[in-house]
Design a binder for this molecule. Structure first.
Ligand code: G
Ligand code: G
Ligand code: MN
Ligand code: NA
Length: 254
């Protein structure tokens, strides 16, 4: 209850911060974007991990408001970096199932992108199959509309849960993110590496781009390069960082 009480005031108190974790083109080593990851630092509780507060915010509905903050922050940031870097720089945002029940989701996203005057294709939306489990027609329609607007739709945590291949057929995915549990086992487990190889081949034949997350070692990166994985993300390449640290890290002038 204490956590929930603090969470209720977190937005107003400005306790949330969006961190950015870099993503690289594995073939060219080029920095191509970042995943936006929410952090909560409370004066009493200290830093609370998303795995603890997001399920709570999801169940009491606060994720809708919090999610708007993340979207708005990330889209504003995308504009700044697009201008400063002078090349397309993508930002990926995680969306919770609950956000799809908010009938303003699409209009909000349209509005933020319109205000920032950036191409919609700079925004990537990461959803887990939890969003799709309901089989809800409204989710399919929302994803279709967002895709038609030009946003990139990405399936997060692929390989965990049910991972129904049917989802890849029924929904307009552009990107598949292989879950980090597979990447962790890549260099010492033959099944894991064969699965990753197959997932990449299958994704490419379906026209999907593949992102590997949780890359921690050079050996994992080399295997992924060999399998022609498109994009890499993980502690080896860069941790999630606050905006300023991220800018220093990529050498952006202020
Ligand atoms: O950043 P970290 O690896 O601790 O994130 C843990 C989990 O929290 C991940 O599953 C991630 O997708 C989720 N998460 C992080 N930021 C957000 C966010 O802004 N919105 C939602 N819905 N989930 C997030
Ligand atoms: O579920 P999702 O993929 O959205 O969450 C990404 C989570 O993975 C974030 O919480 C992020 O902090 C974490 N993460 C990112 N890179 C690595 C990594 O190399 N190793 C581990 N263990 N976690 C990572
Ligand atoms: Mn994610
Ligand atoms: Na993930």
């Amino acid at each position: 209850l204490l956590l929930e009480e603090h969470l209720r005031h977190a937005l107003d108190l400005g306790e949330f911060e969006v961190y950015y974790q870099p993503q690289f083109d594995i073939k060219t080593n080029e920095l191509i974007g970042a995943e936006a990851l929410l952090r909560w630092n409370n004066s009493e509780l200290g830093s609370v991990p998303p795995d603890e507060f997001i399920p709570l915010a999801e169940s009491n509905g606060e994720i809708v408001e919090i999610g708007r903050f993340v979207l708005k922050t990330a889209i504003t940031q995308a504009k700044t970096w697009f201008q400063k870097l002078n090349k397309p720089f993508k930002i990926a945002v995680n969306l919770s199932p609950r956000q799809f029940k908010d009938c303003n989701l699409i209009d909000d996203i349209k509005q933020y992108i319109g205000q920032a005057e950036i191409p919609a294709s700079l925004l990537e939306l990461e959803i887990t199959e939890g969003v799709l489990l309901s089989g809800d027609e409204s989710v399919r329609n929302a994803l279709k509309s967002l895709h038609q607007l030009g946003l990139v739709i990405s399936m997060d945590d692929f390989g965990t849960g049910y991972s129904s291949l049917n989802y890849l057929r029924q929904y307009p995915f552009d990107v598949l993110k292989i879950d980090q549990s597979f990447i962790m086992d890549l260099s010492n487990n033959r099944e894991a590496s064969e699965l990753v190889n197959s997932i990449i081949t299958m994704s490419h034949s379906l026209g999907l781009k593949v992102i590997a997350e949780g890359i921690e070692t050079l050996s994992q990166l080399k295997i992924l390069e060999h399998y022609r994985c498109d994009v890499g993300q993980g502690f080896l390449l860069g941790k999630p960082m606050p905006r300023k640290d991220f800018e220093n890290w990529i050498g952006l002038p202020h």
